[in-house]
Design a protein around this ligand. Structure first.
Ligand SMILES: Nc1ncnc2c1ncn2[C@@H]1O[C@H](COP(=O)(O)OP(=O)(O)OP(=O)(O)O)[C@@H](O)[C@H]1O
Length: 339
């Protein structure tokens, strides 16, 4: 939630990543092009989605009922997050009040805001605006109605249903697409190369999966890795592949990690076969309750739609034997459909 691409992680604590630091010299504090003031109630116009609004503290205090306890919706690494409603437009927002300790400099904060405000992608939370008044630093994001993924995975309320397998795979693919945008399309790119994962973060992740790798190699034990809330409604083969992708991403040598575009490709493939290709979908769908059944299109990507280009790309992830098998199946399928 509100992932800030310009911060890295060190020993579990977030720090500003120097590789993302923009040039400060050309930027004048408080007169950055593209930052505008929140319109007054009388002239309120909807945010056009391309500029960050400036708010004064009073406006955000009003929006969040004076940062009241009832408006508090979360606590992140940088500070508390409050739900609010902008008086001028009625828009719901999440207001992140950065901790006062370790405040970044004025210019740096504003440049950070400007960079975030230029990012627009359906898999990234939009920054609407900011407030830098006195020693207060606040960021205003669009409000995500459905809450955080973490809550959906770990802190379900009694009336909430656990996320099903397809939704989980779709979320993973969406997160990868957001990262791909930051790597390759955002201008300027905010993350470069294969080092998406900070090395210290990769070390932490490796520590956590060390136990998963032996279990995933043994097909029989892979079920022990699944969230019990799935109640067995997932495809072992898809999960095994998804784990392979995860292991590739946390390799010691950053240069050996796959590019984010390869990861997107792999997750797209898995998302279109969430219950496993070639019959596995049918077997699983027989066991799952109606609301968890994969929609037809998830089993609809047939071998005949699998072309050489896609096979070569997949082979990059999963090796030659995988590609040969897939091409053989594609050929058989196309013979069958021509008959
Ligand atoms: N835009 C948003 N819409 C709705 N809720 C949000 C929004 N941003 C944050 N939250 C809530 O506030 C919590 C804290 O968010 P925040 O982005 O500060 O940290 P985080 O993503 O949980 O963790 P980290 O600081 O490690 O990135 C989230 O878990 C979520 O419940």
């Amino acid at each position: 939630m509100g992932y800030c691409p310009c911060f890295g992680w060190t020993n579990g604590k977030k720090e500003h990543s120097s590789k993302c630091k923009p040039q400060l010299s050309s930027v004048e504090s408080k007169s950055i092009a593209g930052l505008t003031s929140e319109p007054s109630a009388a002239t309120a116009e909807p945010n056009d989605g391309t500029r960050a609004l400036t708010f004064n503290y009073q406006q955000l205090a009003k929006a969040t009922k004076n940062f009241s306890k009832e408006s508090l919706i979360g606590q992140g690494g940088f500070g508390a997050v409050y739900k609010g409603k902008l008086k001028s437009t009625g828009q719901l927002v999440a207001v992140k009040q950065l901790d006062k300790t370790g405040l970044q400099g004025e210019k740096e904060f504003l440049v950070e805001v400007l960079m975030l405000s230029l990012l627009r992608h359906r898999n990234l939370v939009n920054l609407i605006g900011y407030c830098a008044e006195g020693d207060q630093r606040l960021l205003v994001y669009e409000y995500m109605q459905q809450g955080s993924l973490e809550d959906h995975l770990h802190y379900l309320t009694p009336d909430q249903k656990p996320l099903d397998w397809i939704t989980r795979m779709t979320i993973a693919a969406g997160a990868a697409k957001g990262l791909e945008y930051l790597h390759t399309e955002a201008n300027p790119p905010l993350i470069t190369g294969r080092k998406a994962l900070d090395d210290s973060r990769a070390r932490e992740e490796r520590f956590l999966v060390d136990w998963a790798q032996p279990l995933s190699r043994d097909g029989k034990n892979i079920s022990n890795l699944a969230d019990p809330l799935l109640r067995g409604h997932f495809s072992k083969s898809t999960m095994k592949k998804a784990l392979e992708v995860a292991f590739l991403c946390i390799q010691e040598d950053a240069n050996c990690r796959p590019s984010i575009s390869d990861i997107v490709l792999a997750l797209n493939y898995l998302t279109s076969h969430p219950y496993g290709a070639h019959g596995a979908a049918k077997r699983v769908s027989e066991k799952v309750p109606e609301h968890n059944k994969p929609p037809n299109e998830t089993t609809g990507i047939l071998d005949r739609d699998f072309n050489r280009e896609r096979a070569v790309a997949e082979a990059k992830m999963w090796g030659e034997s995988w590609r040969d098998k897939r091409l053989q199946r594609a050929e058989n399928a196309s013979h069958a459909s021509n008959r």
